[in-house]
Design a protein around this ligand. Structure first.
Ligand code: MN
Length: 201
């Protein structure tokens, strides 16, 4: 799904709020989508309100542009939040949808890069657990056609790396704390049941 442009609107969740139970609970989904994601949208619109030139840019262009110093951090944090959450919610799907394994081509690339599916999952999980504070674990695919597991701090995105995200795991506490409390590892282990791999070009 392409990103919208200014004024940004909260994209509807592509499944029901309770569709990811029992792995992500309904209350967390409501708060994450309707409060956290919505706040990034509102804050981004607010900072762009008086910036007619920046309003014309796409979300990706905003994330790569030379921005005025006094609003740069606010724009990057909130545009990053919009970008990452759009991808994150698109990258999940209900457990019974049977699309939680990579395509054959993607699996071949994963095995080529990481030796095995199990080893790949272990390294991705370790990356998600090693994010200090708030951030993301990401399987990215760059212009050199390389798959790379990376971590992103706060609302940093893959856009400045000229890469796209194949999977994205939100490890901000708001993504899991109501259900999992301090057990980030349980949340990350369970997310394999509902992750949907994004196809690459
Ligand atoms: Mn989040």
């Amino acid at each position: 799904m392409p990103f919208n442009t200014y004024p940004y609107e909260l994209p509807p969740l592509p499944y029901a709020y309770d569709a990811l139970e029992p792995y992500i609970d309904t209350e967390t989904m409501h708060i994450h989508h309707n409060k956290h994601f919505a706040a990034y949208i509102t804050n981004l619109n607010n900072v762009l309100k008086d910036q007619p030139c920046l309003q014309k840019l796409s979300l990706e262009q905003l994330l790569c542009s030379h921005l005025p110093a006094h609003i740069k951090t606010t724009i990057l944090n909130n545009a990053g939040g919009v970008y990452n959450h759009t991808k994150f919610f698109e990258n999940l799907s209900p457990v019974n949808e049977n699309n939680h394994m990579p395509s054959n081509r993607m699996m071949w690339m994963i095995q080529y890069n990481y030796g095995s599916w199990e080893n790949f999952k272990r390294i991705f999980t370790d990356t998600a657990l090693s994010v200090f504070g708030s951030g993301w674990a990401c399987l990215s695919y760059n212009r050199q056609r390389e798959l790379k597991i990376i971590s992103l701090a706060n609302q940093d995105t893959v856009v400045p790396y000229c890469a796209s995200s194949v999977i994205l795991c939100d490890v901000w506490e708001h993504a899991y704390y109501l259900k999992y409390r301090n057990m980030r590892s349980e949340y990350v282990n369970n997310i394999w049941n509902i992750l949907k791999f994004q196809e690459i070009e």
